[in-house]
Design a binder for this molecule. Structure first.
Ligand SMILES: NS(=O)(=O)/N=C1/NCCS1
Ligand SMILES: [Zn+2]
Length: 262
């Protein structure tokens, strides 16, 4: 089976992405390490609001690099607004990044803390016509990032996604995933950090307003094991566990991270 052009292995991983995707060496790359001492509280930052239509959820997919839930984004059906954003952004998909053990897996690192996983809800600005057009704009995309922490009181709302894992074990597997409002995954607090960055996967376009929620949600170690039971390989190929699909922190290059909280 030919190697995919990019991935997370030694021969196609983050250190080599720039060979085929030059943007990966840009000045506004993601993820980054966030150090609270360098964060600037911005009292002008408004609260953010998501209004998602559960009927917009369509399918869940294993694309060999992550587990992704896809939503109908053909009109303003599930939208994000407020916070650092101008206008409304349409929810297109959500996916996760995770480690091979509970002590790492997130992409953003907070005061040295690596969480077990990081969930991304990807939205795009319809003023740019379509998703492909939005990728070329600095205000084209908004991603809400939620950290997953292993704890004793797992969030029941994560169950719905994890229950589907058994149906999408191998690369290319897709299953219906309907009647799902992802805002049930949000933690209690709406506190967030925000900065301008990029996709954490190639081609690494620098079109993202990141909204990272300060409060992690809890999952159980068993739930993390479930996520790690996904495979990179296709059916009837040698088993290659889908783990450590995270990009390490990139140079901040003078960017200032704003906080909605003190
Ligand atoms: N991890 S990420 O959300 O920055 N990368 C993506 N690539 C295509 C859609 S989302
Ligand atoms: Zn992501």
């Amino acid at each position: 089976m030919a190697q995919s052009v990019w991935g997370y292995d030694s021969d196609n991983g983050p250190e080599r992405w720039h060979e085929n995707y030059p943007l990966a060496k840009g000045d506004k790359q993601s993820p980054i390490e966030i150090n609270s001492k360098d964060v600037q509280h911005d009292s002008s930052l408004a609260p953010w609001h998501a209004s998602y239509d559960p009927g917009a959820a369509k399918t869940i997919l294993n694309n060999g690099r992550t587990c992704r839930v896809v939503f109908d984004d053909t009109f303003d059906r599930s939208v994000l607004r407020g916070g650092p954003l101008t206008g409304t952004y349409r929810l297109r998909q959500l996916h996760l990044h995770w480690g091979s053990s509970d002590d790492h897996g997130s992409e953003h690192v907070i005061d040295g803390v690596k969480y077990a996983a990081e969930l991304h809800m990807v939205h795009w600005n319809p003023k740019h016509g379509n998703f492909a057009g939005a990728l070329k704009q600095p205000d084209g995309v908004a991603v809400v990032g939620i950290f997953l922490k292993v704890g004793k009181t797992p969030k029941p709302e994560m169950k719905r996604i994890l229950e589907e894992i058994d149906n999408i074990k191998t690369k290319g597997k897709e299953a219906p995933f309907q009647h799902f409002d992802p805002s049930i995954l949000f933690p209690k607090s709406r506190d967030y950090w925000t900065y301008h960055g990029s996709f954490t996967t190639p081609p690494c376009e620098e079109c993202i307003t990141w909204i990272l929620l300060r409060e992690p949600i809890e999952v159980s170690s068993d739930q993390m094991a479930k996520l790690r039971s996904l495979s990179k390989n296709g059916e009837n190929e040698p088993v290659n566990p889908l783990v450590d699909n995270w990009r390490p922190p990139q140079p901040v290059k003078g960017r200032v991270v704003k906080a909605s909280f003190k």
